[in-house]
Design a binder for this molecule. Sequence first.
Ligand code: FAD
Length: 709
Amino acid sequence: MNARPIKVAIVGGGCASMTTAWELSKAEHAGKFDITIYQEGWRLGGKGASGRGANGRIEEHGLHIWLGFYDNSFRMMRACHAELEAKGMGDLYGDWRDAWTPKNDIALCSQSPEGGFTNWRAHLPPRPGLPGDPLDQDQGFSLAHYCASAFDLFRALILDTSVNGHGVATASESTGDPDQLARRLTSLVKLGAFATTAGLAQVLGLLASLSRSATPENADALFGGIERICSAMRQWLEDQWLADSENRYLWEIADLTLATIVGMTRHRVWFDPRGLDALEDYECREFLHMHGASLRSLQSPFIRGLYDLSMGYEDGDMTKPALSAGQGLRGTMRTFFSYRGAFMWKMRAGMGDVVFAPLYTAMKERGVKFEFFHRLTNMGLANSADHVDSLTFDVQAKVKRGRAYDPLVPVAGKPCWPSQPVWEQLVGARKMQQQDWNLESHWDRRRADTKTLAVGEDFDLVVLGVGIGAIPYVASEFVERDPRWKSMCDNVKTVASQAFQVWLDKDLPDLGWPGPAYITGAFAKPFDTWCDMAHVVPEEGWKTRPKTSVYFCAVLPDPPQPPADDDRDYPARRNAEVRINAEEFLQGPVREVWPGAYDDNGGFRWDILKADEENPASLKLKGRARFASQYWRANVNPSDRYVIHTPGSHRHRISPLDMTYDNLTICGDWTDSGFPSGCVEGAVMSGLLAAHALSGSPKLEDITAYDHP
Ligand SMILES: Cc1cc2nc3c(=O)[nH]c(=O)nc-3n(C[C@H](O)[C@H](O)[C@H](O)COP(=O)(O)OP(=O)(O)OC[C@H]3O[C@@H](n4cnc5c(N)ncnc54)[C@H](O)[C@@H]3O)c2cc1C
């Protein structure tokens, strides 16, 4: 007997829900699931969406970088590229290694007391393997691994900075019976060996080895003397490095790492079944300070960079930094100690082109259906309160002759998402364009029709993958009737963000900022994070190419009063604000890093901005008005707001594995995913969990670092 396939309605086409669709549509399920993805507007990608605008240029929601520990994300994308290649579409999408470029260069900026900025630039060493490769036994995601890596790092720094060649034994302590190592460590600690540089290097070697084999049984030997060792280490560092401005940054990193180790030891995190979640209620800076980090390190660019990159500012207010210690430390340790291949990976083109176009194409080939222009307005909770009984949508636009919408357009021979709908395909397009319909705005409710799907007929299972900011609007019955959903919406916070991109007729070294294309953090407010993206320019459709393109990104403070739901102009007003912020930023702090972009009177040389070649009026723009030809945006839609991780919020997250409702699972970077963070990897892990909840696959042990402490 052939049972009919199970109809799965997936709402939202961001990283998380695309992952769920990818898993459920795999051949191993043999067509068991009949999947439809419902997506508002004309493109997939959500917070990671990008589009192509004039001159085929890439227009992003904001700067997106993949980190070298995004194992689950890379595994999916590697499989996707391999599948497309096997189906003869390799020419369109290429090998995954063409789609991502390894990057190991970071820069952090620090405002010096004399005014101006000093910059710390580093090249992180490439590591063996590639993200998404099978993992070995050690997994690289355990606390023991992080701790051992930290001790290894210190030991290397000690030997490298001042000791090597001065008679210190450099023998590694990497092998040996843990009990024997523990006994040696105990005796060295008793003898106060760490009081000398040579002894300290030896002690650190032992600590690294022991950390790798730490068990509750030998924990006392390992951690008993750790505070004394850390304070000796701090003393050593102060003597060697603090007075030396060259090494000041190293001292700050070391000071913060020591505070982390001491804090984790004092809180007995190493063998706590909750792992780093045990530190969830602490604010990250406060936690580090409590355990010995100096005020100076807490104001260092590393800490500011951590908060900037995780947009950890409540209400987008820079005076309200908020990041839980548990997730802050987990994210930092994974970033620095679990990467493979490169520390970071930059996408060759827009995230839409590199991630969502191949996923869309491969899944369409597999038979997954896509309903664009479908905005969920209500997920109906049955009277029995145990399942979803209906899904109601605004159909924002209809496709001519009842056809399926074909969303991709070619740019430089590659299928890409446009920054506007492909209007020719839509019924009533002229009217919509004349009236300026914004099909991605929460505040623009204009529509062509409505549609209600019923359980048992149109769908059996639901995957809700919208951003958490949209949940109160699309699942109000759940929020009103289920206290857990209410507390999740109240406590898992989000912030609006702002981004702008400029295309320049000069490259950055010409302007005074050295290569190689650093990602720069902890820079001046409001655009603290920026990156030279010269490598994407050849993918754009310019007749005469600009020399580079630079992306800036940051939080955007909320207004004192939230906008009314019918305030259709709200996104345009916020966009106008971002434009002013961007122009002032170019006239102001950017001079610290691109001195060559200013004329003799100190004014920004607006003429280095590459105008829109397709628009003669743009070519005539002079002075500050020329900025009109660049790209900027305010990400203020509820679903587009960036998810932050404030202290104490983790317990309010609901897991995709939660079985409260018979036919519903959730996914998104706002869920309890094993890596509860506003990032691609957290979203992908959540999508994998949602697929597991519905199908039992993938196995939980196959989700990298899901059960990591
Ligand atoms: C400016 C910015 C920069 C970032 N930089 C990075 C970075 O460098 N690295 C990194 O790893 N992460 C970064 N992130 C975070 C990353 O983009 C997100 O964590 C990730 O994309 C979230 O995916 P998601 O599937 O959980 O949610 P989303 O991407 O929000 O997906 C939700 C989907 O639901 C759709 N939707 C919403 N409401 C409805 C509705 N009513 N009906 C139908 N569909 C609906 C949306 O259109 C979207 O497709 C950044 C985020 C922002 C905002």
